[in-house]
Write a protein that binds this ligand. Structure first.
Ligand SMILES: [Zn+2]
Length: 201
């Protein structure tokens, strides 16, 4: 099974649809899989993973939670002003959730529910993160914003790890950075020159 299918099978929400392939040698696949494991609950989408100038690059899109418009849905209204003329009107915050599709979702702070634009209850991947983000954006939600530093830390860790790991075979022995194309490779892989196109195990 190739790395892309492996990730899709184990973490169905993690790869963005635009990721056709993981653009690095198989020596780094273990690092990539570890990144997936570490960030699986963050509600993030991996936009791109590739090798560039001998470094591992991972681009991640986080929940893009933003209030998008004021609109009444099924008797509920977005924002601070709830129309007192709508019976049972409840505060509703609309937002984009990139981790889902991306799609427009709504959160009802009073009943602590996520609903789609038709008012049907839905599940979001990382509700606590979304609530924290919406709390920051609106002040209407009672939740602690979660720091996103951890996500950048995971990516920074992966990039550092790749710097000392052979992109061809994954060893950390006799690894150097250099060559005609700048690559992080061990002596063996550097000398055999066929490291990049080798098939998956
Ligand atoms: Zn190697």
């Amino acid at each position: 099974m190739n790395i892309e299918d492996k990730i899709k099978e184990k973490y169905p929400y993690l790869l963005s649809d635009q990721v056709a392939r993981i653009g690095c040698g198989k020596g780094w696949h273990k690092i990539v899989l570890e990144v997936c494991e570490k960030i699986k609950y963050y509600g993030a989408k991996i936009e791109q993973i590739k090798e560039k100038f001998g470094s591992l690059r991972i681009y991640v899109d986080h929940h893009n939670c933003s209030r998008i418009l004021l609109k009444s849905v099924d008797g509920r209204k977005d924002g601070v002003k709830v129309d007192p003329n709508v019976p049972g009107a409840e505060v509703l915050i609309q937002f984009h959730d990139n981790a889902r599709k991306p799609s427009i979702c709504c959160y009802l702070p009073e009943s602590d529910k996520f609903v789609d634009i038709h008012g049907k209850e839905i599940e979001v991947i990382d509700p606590e993160f979304v609530k924290g983000r919406l709390a920051q954006l609106t002040g209407l939600v009672d939740a602690e914003p979660r720091t996103e530093e951890t996500l950048s830390e995971v990516i920074a860790w992966a990039e550092k790890e790749a710097d000392i790991t052979c992109e061809g075979c994954g060893t950390k022995e006799n690894v150097t950075r250099g060559g005609d194309w700048i690559k992080v490779l061990c002596d063996k892989c550097r000398s055999k020159k066929r490291w990049y196109d080798e098939d998956e195990d």
